[in-house]
Design a protein around this ligand. Structure first.
Ligand code: NAD
Ligand code: TYD
Length: 343
């Protein structure tokens, strides 16, 4: 089986590539990744010489570059993870989010049709549903009500994916996952930012009252869910993926202080995020009942593994935080092409 993964040099994409190569000795992976600020070849250093794996440095917004890949060999499935993924960056400027998350997805959908790719998996997020009050969960039937520019572009991509199903009978499936955590997450997101700030002796910026709630899922459970949906999901369907593991940001911060053995006084209240969603909680019964997926890594074990990984991979995150990795990759691979998001 040959799979095209987009965004495979990012956090979740790199776990997915590694998982699939382990899962099936006959698996071949083509990773289309433009190497944005969030992409990092070091995330796949352990498998980069595997003959079953190939990285093509291209933007999903570059029609001709992606077409050239699909024209050269058939692929059985496209799994689209490439995205601008950070809410705070989308608040500063939404334009790169529209380019990659919306236009990029549409271009991929069209190319998947042109080259008769049998299946398209759109990797979306529970953030498309907006914000919950203290009760209830997001179901696949919940209305779309995105608040941040990031979430709005992901919702737009979902709509385009469903339009491809309804208009052309294209075989597509959509996943909407809760917040992920684990090794290789870029240290601008809550958990790796706080862990690495803790290891550097820096304060932890907790937005607003810190009582916003997220549903946290360990990244390897997400990628197993993605593969389950890719293999068994019904065409045109949406599958939530979640951990039933709700924590307020303050609870997350306190749990991390305890694991790291540092004083909770590092937790520093700062101005709230604009339009900050109060609560996410995902009802994942559909994927469990229909496809048999369940999370396997509980919060305590996942957090332990994550903290240990960041302790042991200081070189990885220090190069990111110092900006050193960007100049290194610019020297090695050149500056990003004109299709890559500007920042
Ligand atoms: P990430 O930011 O760590 O990685 C994104 C990857 O996409 C990077 O390797 C980057 O180089 C690549 N990329 C960016 N623009 C591109 C373009 N135009 N063409 C090709 N490659 C491009 O993101 P992540 O956290 O791994 O998220 C992956 C996907 O999962 C995203 O679609 C995101 O919306 C979704 N998701 C993430 C979470 C989460 O908690 N992180 C939860 C649910 C869904
Ligand atoms: P984040 O990891 O950016 O994920 P998302 O916005 O997609 O949920 O943020 C998780 C939560 O943590 C969110 O409620 C915002 C909050 N947060 C902070 O309080 N401080 C921070 O420095 C960051 C990055 C996030």
């Amino acid at each position: 089986m040959r799979i095209m993964i987009t965004g495979g040099l990012g956090f979740i994409g790199s776990h997915l590539v590694r998982f699939l190569l382990r899962e099936d000795p006959a698996m071949e992976i083509i990773n289309v990744d433009v190497l944005s600020y969030a992409g990092n070849p070091a995330n796949l250093a352990d498998i980069e010489t595997d003959p079953r794996y190939r990285w093509v440095r291209a933007s999903i917004g570059d029609h001709d570059a992606v077409a050239a890949v699909l024209a050269a060999q058939s692929v059985d499935c496209i799994m689209n993870l490439a995205a601008e993924s950070h809410v705070d960056r989308s608040i500063l400027s939404g334009a790169p989010f529209v380019t990659t998350n919306v236009l990029g997805t549409q271009i991929l959908l069209e190319l998947a049709r042109t080259y008769h790719v049998p299946r398209f998996v759109q990797v979306s997020t529970d953030e498309v549903y907006g914000s919950l009050g203290p009760e209830g969960w997001f179901a696949e039937t919940s209305p779309l009500n995105p608040n941040s520019p990031y979430a709005a572009t992901k919702a737009a991509a979902d709509m385009l994916t469903l339009a491809a199903f309804r208009t052309y009978d294209q075989d597509v499936v959509i996943t909407r996952c809760a917040n992920n955590y684990g090794p290789y997450q870029f240290p601008e997101k809550l958990i790796p930012l706080f862990i690495t700030n803790g290891l550097e002796g820096k304060p932890w910026p907790l937005y607003g009252d810190g009582l916003q709630v997220r549903d946290w899922l360990f990244v390897t459970d997400h990628v197993r869910g993605l593969w389950t949906v890719a293999q068994k999901g019904r065409p045109g369907q949406i599958y939530n993926i979640g951990g039933q593991n709700e924590r307020s940001n303050r609870q997350v911060a306190e749990a991390l202080c305890d694991r790291l053995g540092i004083s909770r006084s590092v937790i520093t209240r700062v101005a709230d995020r604009l339009g900050h969603d109060r609560r996410y909680a995902t009802d994942a019964q559909k994927i469990t009942k229909e496809l048999g997926w369940q999370p396997q890594v509980n919060w305590e074990a996942g957090l332990e593994q994550t903290v240990e990984w960041y302790r042991e991979h200081e070189k990885w995150w220090r190069a990111i935080k110092s900006g050193e990795y960007r100049s290194y990759y610019a020297r090695q691979y050149g500056t990003p092409g004109k299709d890559s998001p500007k920042r």
